[in-house]
Structure formats: structure tokens, C-alpha cells
Design a protein around this ligand. Sequence first.
Ligand code: PLP
Length: 383
Amino acid sequence: MKNYGFTTLAVNGPFENKDAFGAAAQPVYLSTTYAQPATDRPGEYAYSRGGNPTRADLEACLAALEGGRAAFAFASGMAAISTVFNLFNSGDHIVINNNVYGGTFRYAAELFAGRGLSASFIDDFNSLDFDSLPKYVKGIFIETPSNPLLKITDIRRTAEEAHKRGMLVIVDNTFMTSYLQRPLELGADIVLYSATKYYGGHSDILAGLVTANDAAICEKLKLLQNTTGNALSPFDCALMRRSIKTLALRMERHETNAKLLIEFLLRHKNVKKIFHPSTAGRDERRIHAAQSKGDGAVFSMILRDGIDIEKFAASLRLFQLAVSLGSVESLICRPASMTHESYTPEMRERAGITDSLLRVAVGIEDADDLIGDFDRALSLAEA
Ligand SMILES: *Cc1c(COP(=O)(O)O)cnc(C)c1O
């Protein structure tokens, strides 16, 4: 299995998992209960919350793609994130990068205190002196590139420093996917996804995925999935499994389109700044290049002063004004009011999420059409 490339595994899955009838596409096992061989002899599956063949197939495929020991599929990215936060105990502190998914921030801000957890938000892990962190820090939660400013965190350094102090390192790898970045191989303990985004890729499945290497962590995640009852439904698992087959093809097209669009925008007089791994500072670019295979297709931008962003967004025909990302269709949103509204105004200011910032998720349409759409809207917004 190790010898096969990413897309071969994404299409075929782990080879020991073949369907008994040779079905080329994964069958959907809707049954919630399974007949057992005997009262004292459990079968492979008993009850769908604890385990389901369609879900197991998806989870095995993800584990193979990530190089994880096991993977777990959840009803949403936030279900995956809350399950991972459930690994922590009262008194634990988690350090999170300060531009992180709005829902992750909301969870920490609204639910941590009641569970006896606490969090702090840090701008830059790369220059962080880990000795300055208190002893009760038990976890590090990062997104790299971050959301929405695409800042880069050195996963390897963070994991090394954190592990010296017994901290668990969690990476939300939603923007990259395992096709572009594999944090477990860089030392992270847990990698999680909103699979609603690139893994699903078509804006029609809400899902979350988690993978890990350590046997004890995997066991605990399995217990939590079964006990909290937040697993992904069989039908959604089958749709997700189908989506993963084209993940590499889609990512390549997303990336090519993003690269061409960004090249165009960097030359445009109405664009002030682009935030993307390809336009980051030298140190960040070097770190990102060492830990990933590409720059991804999400970027943020600030238009020149005097350009009306409402008019700009309304003039676009191919970029829908909508939250989310990672789908075949192109989307644009204003993070301050659409995805990061759970941040306090001070947090937004500290994290650099200004009212003029727009986030773009580039789809797989024809690049010329996307560029033409931006060109037209940038001119109309000038008037
Ligand atoms: C969307 C998103 C989430 C939340 O996932 P849902 O599937 O919407 O629950 C978490 N992290 C990142 C980076 C996201 O973009």
C-alpha cells in the first residue's frame, strides 16, 4: 500500500477493504443494527453509532491518505473540533493561533469556561518562546495557512517545542488537505478537517474528519465518537468517499486558477494587498515551502482606498457572495461580518481582520472567465 501514490489510494482506498461483491463504488449500509453470530460472540458491526461499514471505508481511506493509524468521520467540522476539545480535562489550557476559524474561536470563547478549560490566542508561533507558556498549557491548536490572513506556522518547530513540554499539537488542515500538507508526518498529534470544504468539494456535504497516530488518542477518539453520537451518516460517508476520488484533480485545478488570478490581481491598480502563501514574507514562504506541496486556492485581499467593496462584490457574476470555501464554484466573502463575526472587535483588530478585507475561494471554472469577472467588477466598483 505504501508504494501507491495519493490518487491511486484516493480512488481505490486501502486494498484490504474491498467489497464482498466487488462493487466498484462504495455501497451505502443504511442498517443501524447488525445480527451477531452468537450472544457471546460479537460481529464486526453491532450498532451504527459505534461503527458502520460505509463509514469505516471512508475512515480507512482517510487514514491511508494522511498516514494516520486511524481516522474518524463526524457530522461537521465543528463536531470534529468539539470532539478533539473533549480530549482535554478541567484545568487544561489550550493555545490557539489568533486568526483561526470563527467557530473554533466561538467554541473557546463561549464553551471553554463552563468545562473548566481556558484558551489564549497567539499571533505568531514561529517566534514564540515556549518556556514563557504556563505549565498548565496542554494543547496547541493551529491553522496553517491561517484563516483568513493565510499566515504560516512552522508545524515541525511547533511540534518539537510542544512535545518537550508534554503538549498535544492539533492542526486544522482544512485549507490544504492531505494532498498539499500532511501534518502528522511533520510531528502533529492530531489533524482535523472541515471536510465540508475541499474533501467534499461540491458544497453539498457537511462533514468533519479527524486522524491521529497515537493508539491511545485513537482509542479515545473512537470512544468519544460512539459516546457523543456525532458520527457522519452512512449516506454522507458514501458521498464523501466519492468526492475524495477527485480530490487531487480538483486541488490541482483550484491551485492553477488561484495562481493565475493572483498574478492578474497583483498587477491591478485597484488592488492594494493580497494575502496568500505565495505573497507572504521570505521566512513564511520558506517555512511553507518546506512543509507543503502547494499554496492552496484561498486568498484574502484589500482593495485600493476609494473602491466600493459592496459594489465590487455585487458586480461579480462568477464569485458568489457566500461563506465557505473549497468547492468547485468560486466564492467571496467579507470575514469581518460573515465568518469572523464571533470575534470581539478588539480581537479582530488585533488579528488584522479589518472591514475592508475580502476572502476569495477560487473554484475550478475556466481561469480566463474568473479573471475577466474580477476585471469587470474592479472597474465597475471604481465609478
Ligand atoms: C468551515 C471550517 C470549519 C468548520 O467546519 P464545519 O464543517 O462548517 O462545521 C473549521 N475549520 C475551518 C478552517 C473551516 O474553514
